[in-house]
Design a protein. Structure first.
Length: 269
């Protein structure tokens, strides 16, 4: 029977097979499963376990295998020891040379080696899967950033786009900002940097300031820990020569600016 996905039980069986810790009937049946059933899930796991065992043969294990794997290995070692002991009873016992290790230790040493390999395999496979998951998440984030940058590039080079460069003023002279006005899509794409995060219960508010008219709120926002923010928002309904400004306001914003001390300001080019 072919398996559709890897489970903990299938993973442990593949590791025990790679470590040589299955008893003979189980090993025969598992070999048949790999060859005749052509189970891609188990074959891939066995190949991965065998490759890891070869590359880590000289390394010390850093993790203890699960209780079920340990129990299987110890049972295998005990069976090996009993078989060798029975075999030794049927033949004359040579006098061992001085300080020569007892042959019964061979099975336990083999089990210890298999236990070490299985521990390394379990630790390695878990670590690799976590690393793959982390790398996939990073790839998604990078793809999202690239997509956003491509959109920004297309919009910035469009002949329909106007640009407002915002310079820092008053208490935030180091701040810089830019608004790309996509007139066709009636969108603003707003970017600001080096603007410290607003204090508790406060926020920043972006305003469109048409000539001779009251400011119109565009968006209430805050910057991240690096002092940056990037927003896309519907263009405010204003006409004529445009000035844009940023002020510090209450956390939920204000109908009109509560201060004349602009954090940033600039005009359309």
């Amino acid at each position: 029977m072919r398996h559709q996905q890897l489970t903990d039980e299938l993973q442990e069986r593949a590791m025990l097979y790679a470590a040589g810790a299955l008893d003979e009937p189980e090993r025969t049946e598992y070999s048949r499963h790999l060859q005749e059933d052509d189970c891609a899930v188990c074959i891939a796991e066995v190949l991965e376990s065998e490759a890891a065992a070869q590359s880590l043969a000289m390394m010390l294990p850093t993790q203890t295998p699960s209780a079920s794997v340990r129990q299987r290995l110890l049972e295998r070692a005990e069976a090996t020891r009993a078989t060798r002991a029975a075999r030794d009873e049927d033949r004359p016992r040579p006098v061992p040379p001085p300080r020569r290790p007892v042959s019964a230790w061979g099975g336990w040493l083999a089990a210890a080696a298999a236990l070490a390999v299985a521990g390394v395999l379990l630790s390695l496979n878990l670590g690799l899967r976590q690393e793959v998951k982390s790398l996939n998440a990073q790839i998604v984030q990078l793809e999202s950033r690239v997509s956003a940058q491509n959109t920004l590039l297309v919009m910035a080079t469009s002949p329909r786009t106007k640009v407002v460069n915002l310079a820092g003023l008053n208490s935030t002279p180091q701040a810089r900002g830019r608004i790309f006005l996509d007139e066709g899509a009636r969108l603003w794409r707003f970017y600001v940097e080096d603007l410290p995060t607003a204090p508790a219960n406060r926020a920043y508010q972006l305003w469109a300031v048409p000539d001779g008219a009251k400011p119109v709120s565009a968006v209430v926002f805050n910057t991240d820990a690096n002092g940056t923010a990037m927003l896309e928002l519907p263009a405010p309904m204003v006409a004529g020569m445009l000035t844009a400004a940023v002020t510090e306001e209450p956390e939920r914003g204000s109908p009109q600016p509560t201060t004349l001390a602009f954090n940033l300001a600039g005009k359309t080019e």
